[in-house]
Write a new protein. Structure first.
Length: 562
């Protein structure tokens, strides 16, 4: 039996069985496995997992944010038991019970399984782990005893047990976790190991610099105590000083004699340890006792401090993992709009937030008769068709020809050359891309006919060259790199003037490509919306162009398929 687990080890854990055959995954309600994703990093039909007699395979369905296996982006890959599969920013772990058993030293190991090594013994890490419950005791403590629920009476036994418990804690906290679920898990482990009345984990808020409670636990599950029970004086003191402390009989401790929480809550004893993965504390772990003073001992504080260190590392790792996920999504989005050369410059620190005036050649492409053609198609089929069409036009043409995708507008696309990275051959490369798009459209129609698909479409394209203001536009949290100016509007109007299968360019674009002697046909001046004077346009007779010959005069490498 095979299944995938989302948010493993958290209160939000979800197990999804995989049936034999194809299992589709995405936000759409028609998927085998429907995934709710507030960040909308999943596509409606994101990927599929196929369970076969030969193994389990995952395939990305041209999703927007990609599919990853063990943090590596894939198109299709065979999965193994224990693999982490990430769809957008949502992570699952594969459990394949049929292939999950490891060989032990007493089993027959095939000769070729050891790669020629002379192996004396094999031990599975999972089988060597200790059950934490075997290291803990649960009897009532003596009034003067340690609050640690550690088995063993003499110091050597207890030291060994404490080290093994801490090792198990590190194992428990080592697996990838949702950042928000870790504080709860840490306190669950704490209450298993230490006999305390109440516990709270607080983290420093990045914006305010103040401690904020992230999780709390009471030994009495029915307790209705005020959730603001902890002493801010104690937690702030530990955060600032960076040392773990015992406040033995806290109500009489002069360092905190003005703390209202200690007085009101009748806190008798408290311990607090900093969460300090490196030099700077990121929070604190606080426990207290309401029934008696002098409740805690040096052994308890040392253990709490060690546990806090483990917790701090786990939280920092989870935070780093979260940042990595965000970086993967950010880079994926970057690659969707910019060609590789531009993406690399941005990664090197190129500032996109600065508004600059620059000359660009804008290309506006639209599908002729799209509304009428798709009126009888199911919405899902329309999306599948557009994804197939845009992949060819953008990934196989716009990017290889050095263009930047600015946006999709329903069935239309807008691309620019010269922003954010300007080159001498921007104008000719934009026109070459338009020619290649028309040839690609012809090839797509032929392919669809051979496949028996009732799809025959044509596109019309307009190009214009001129000055724009380029930079990021939008709110603080949602921005888009764009180009603003009349140049862009005119490109759209030129596209509208062109008919199916045509490429029109402006006078300004023609002046930039005159040395290439492309077959151009001068048109009668065309009146377009928003312009008082008619525009002088030229038709590019792309059917008479050998794209390879034109590209041989440029510095650009031949795009795939040309």
């Amino acid at each position: 039996m095979a299944y995938i687990i989302q948010n493993q080890g958290t209160p939000q854990e979800r197990v999804c069985d995989l049936r034999q055959g194809v299992n589709t995954i995405g936000r759409g309600l028609d998927n085998s496995i429907v995934v709710e994703d507030d960040a909308r990093s999943l596509s409606r039909h994101h990927a599929e997992i196929q369970v076969t007699d030969r193994g389990i395979y995952v395939t990305d369905l041209n999703s927007s944010n990609g599919t990853f296996v063990n943090q590596t982006k894939i198109v299709q890959q065979k999965l193994n038991h224990g693999d982490f599969v990430q769809f957008g920013s949502v992570i699952f772990r594969l459990v394949d019970e049929a292939n999950s058993e490891s060989n032990t030293s007493g089993s027959q190991v095939p000769a070729n399984a050891n790669s020629g090594l002379s192996i004396l013994m094999r031990v599975s890490p999972e089988k060597s782990r200790v059950n934490m419950q075997d290291l803990l005791q649960h009897q009532q403590l003596e009034p003067t005893g340690s609050v640690l629920l550690i088995s063993g009476n003499d110091e050597t036994q207890r030291t060994s047990a404490k080290l093994r418990v801490l090792l198990e804690v590190s194992q428990e906290l080592a697996s990838p976790e949702a950042y928000s679920a870790l504080p709860e898990k840490i306190l669950d482990l704490l209450l298993k190991i230490m006999s305390v009345d109440r516990a709270v984990l607080l983290l420093v808020d990045a914006k305010t610099g103040q401690l904020e409670p992230k999780a709390y636990k009471f030994s009495d599950s029915k307790s209705t105590a005020n959730l603001d029970f902890y002493s801010r004086k104690i937690t702030n003191f530990v955060l600032k000083q960076g040392d773990a402390i015992i406040s033995d009989d806290a109500s009489g401790d002069r360092r905190f004699d003005s703390s209202q929480s200690i007085i009101q809550q009748s806190i008798q004893a408290a311990m607090c340890a900093p969460l300090k993965p490196r030099d700077q504390a990121i929070g604190v772990l606080y426990v207290d006792n309401l029934s008696r003073g002098h409740a805690y001992h040096k052994e308890d504080l040392e253990f709490l401090s060690s546990l806090a260190n483990q917790a701090a590392i786990a939280i920092e790792n989870a935070n780093l993992y979260k940042s990595m996920q965000s970086e993967v999504i950010r880079r994926t989005k970057l690659e969707r709009f910019f060609p590789a050369a531009v993406s690399q410059k941005i990664e090197e620190g190129w500032d996109l937030n600065r508004i600059v005036e620059t000359e660009v050649t804008a290309l506006f492409s639209d599908i002729s008769g799209f509304t009428e053609m798709t009126s009888q198609m199911q919405p899902r089929k329309v999306l599948e068709f557009l994804n197939e069409y845009f992949k060819v036009m953008v990934e196989d043409i716009v990017f290889p020809y050095g263009g930047t995708l600015e946006k999709y507008i329903a069935d239309a696309l807008l691309a620019v050359w010269g922003s954010p990275y300007q080159k001498e051959d921007d104008a000719i490369m934009a026109v070459n891309a338009a020619i290649a798009m028309q040839w690609a459209m012809k090839q797509l129609n032929e392919d669809w006919t051979e496949q028996g698909r009732d799809l025959q479409i044509q596109i019309h394209i307009g190009l214009n060259t001129g000055m724009v203001a380029a930079g990021n536009i939008g709110s603080e949290n949602l921005i888009q790199y764009t180009n603003i100016g009349d140049t862009m509007n005119v490109a759209s109007r030129i596209c509208t003037a062109a008919k199916a299968g045509e490429v029109f360019i402006s006078e300004s674009t023609k002046s930039h490509i005159s040395q290439f002697n492309l077959p151009l046909e001068k048109l009668e001046p065309v009146k377009v919306k928003g312009k008082e004077e008619a525009l002088q346009l030229y038709r590019v007779n792309w059917q008479n162009v050998d794209v390879r010959e034109v590209l041989s005069k440029t510095k650009t490498i031949f795009p795939k398929g040309v």
